[in-house]
Write a protein that binds this ligand. Structure first.
Ligand SMILES: Nc1nc2c(ncn2[C@@H]2O[C@H](COP(=O)(O)OP(=O)(O)OP(=O)(O)O)[C@@H](O)[C@H]2O)c(=O)[nH]1
Ligand SMILES: [Mg+2]
Length: 197
């Protein structure tokens, strides 16, 4: 079994938000609370510690009360830069990532990823949903061993940017989740309005 205390949760809030007009998505309000705060409230009970990865408005994220780390790689190279910041500062054997723009992700996300990784003896686990009858991997939700840092440094150093390409190099499991709506993410302002009740 992988204990929740052995897992650090990382909120990925380091993107450009270009489809939302370049705003800092994690700080956009949904029902009166910043989206990254919704993610924090949902993630905190599932893990032993939480970190936030952000590249702008660091003081605003620091006010949430958990450590905030920017990308070590310049120029917004994508979510793997956030994974790297998380792995560099994670003090537990496992790290799990969630994006800041998916406030309804499952309350049992981490437990199910951890159970599947343990059972398969895998180094990583990713959720997979079904969309229009086709499997859809959700790679920004990724449970991984903290020891994968060295591999990620190599992969990104060679110009690798795709999460699934990197995870594909390691023993991993895909974990089916029935509720695809729970993974609905707000990329645009219209998406954000859709999430409001
Ligand atoms: N650290 C870091 N995270 C990123 C970067 N790009 C995207 N992300 C994160 O990856 C997740 C999914 O990214 P997108 O939905 O494409 O978010 P985005 O890049 O902010 O938005 P767009 O610019 O509209 O694509 C979000 O949690 C982002 O914060 C990056 O360059 N660095
Ligand atoms: Mg993007």
């Amino acid at each position: 079994m992988i204990d929740a205390q052995d897992i650090t949760g990382l909120i990925l809030a380091g993107g450009r938000g270009s489809r939302m007009g370049g705003v800092d998505k994690g700080l956009q309000n949904l029902n009166g609370l910043p989206m990254a705060m919704h993610a924090l409230l949902r993630l905190q009970p599932q893990v032993g510690a939480v970190l936030i990865n952000a590249n702008r408005n660091l003081a605003a994220y620091e006010s949430f009360g958990v450590p905030v780390w920017p990308d070590a790689l310049p120029d917004f190279p994508g979510p793997l830069a956030g994974f790297m910041a998380g792995l560099e500062h994670c003090e537990t054997p496992w790290l799990v990532t969630v994006p800041c723009d998916t406030p309804r992700f499952p309350a049992d996300l981490v437990a199910r990823l951890a159970a599947a990784a343990h059972e398969a003896g895998a180094d990583a686990a990713l959720p997979v949903t079904e969309e229009d009858g086709r499997p859809q991997v959700q790679p920004v939700f990724c449970l991984m061993k903290a020891s994968l840092l060295e591999s990620l440094v190599r992969f990104t150093g060679e110009g690798g940017r795709k999460i699934d390409r990197w995870i594909g190099q390691h023993r991993h499991v895909e974990v089916p989740f029935g509720d695809a709506e729970a993974f609905f993410n707000a990329n645009t302002l219209a998406d954000l309005r859709r999430l409001e009740p």
